[in-house]
Design a protein around this ligand. Sequence first.
Ligand code: AMP
Length: 279
Amino acid sequence: MQEISSRLKKAGNSIGFVPTMGCLHEGHLSLMRKARRENDALVISIFVNPKQFGPGEDYRQYPRDLRRDEALAGKAGVDIIFHPRAADMYPEGHETSVTVGDLARVMCGASRPAHFEGVCTVCAKLFNIIKPDTAYFGQKDYQQAVIIRRMVEDLNMGVKLKVLPTVREESGLARSSRNSYLSRPQRENAALLYASLKKARSLISAGCKNASDIKKAMRNIISREPGIRIDYISIADPYTLKEKKSVTSKVIIALAARAGKTRLIDNILAGERRNLKEA
Ligand code: AMP
């Protein structure tokens, strides 16, 4: 892969890159289509990265379907699928990893302590192997995008990052490979997560500034379905991810919840200056 990338670059091609864990869906495909339009060559990776799964998490069960992924990627105009084995990425003796500070300790990092170290390490490796000009990420994993942006800047990686909007099912549920774990009623109930985020945003647009009131309104909506258990709700600065007590500027509202054993995340940006001035 490194040789192919070097050759592409030497010939003057720009490389767009979409890292994924496979089981491709519309969320992934939206990134690929955008990357296709903006680059000469489009590389994606399909790699279920063991280092970003904690003990007891779903590394083994994580859905894998390379044949289907290849067909979808082909239709989206992907030139190259990089699909390494775990032993290729982490051969015996591998012991270097990338850690990010406080950004990785809040939100999902609080309950998944080694997760973002795994994410950063694999992304650093993938960037070094593929040498993309631009890498495309989804807003669905907002914290991940913020952390990778930090890493790229702090380690002078010279990769341009683009973060694209979350693609949702008709119900509002954010598309995710993990949605395949959900039963039909769980899938329906999980739509409440986005409903709660929209409620928070409309409260903010209406002038509500108190973060704990907004969180309470969100909990009220989600608790309509006892099958959904909230891991966290965060209303935070969109750059530092520091928790806000009062919403006086743009914020990221992020949450994680479980439907049965399935962990789901979602987020929304709110409180654009325009709305706050009007309020
Ligand atoms: P994953 O395969 O879940 O690691 O995701 C690979 C990339 O696709 C990440 O940048 C995700 O943020 C992005 N992605 C996943 N789901 C969605 C979605 N529903 N909408 C937009 N991007 C997504």
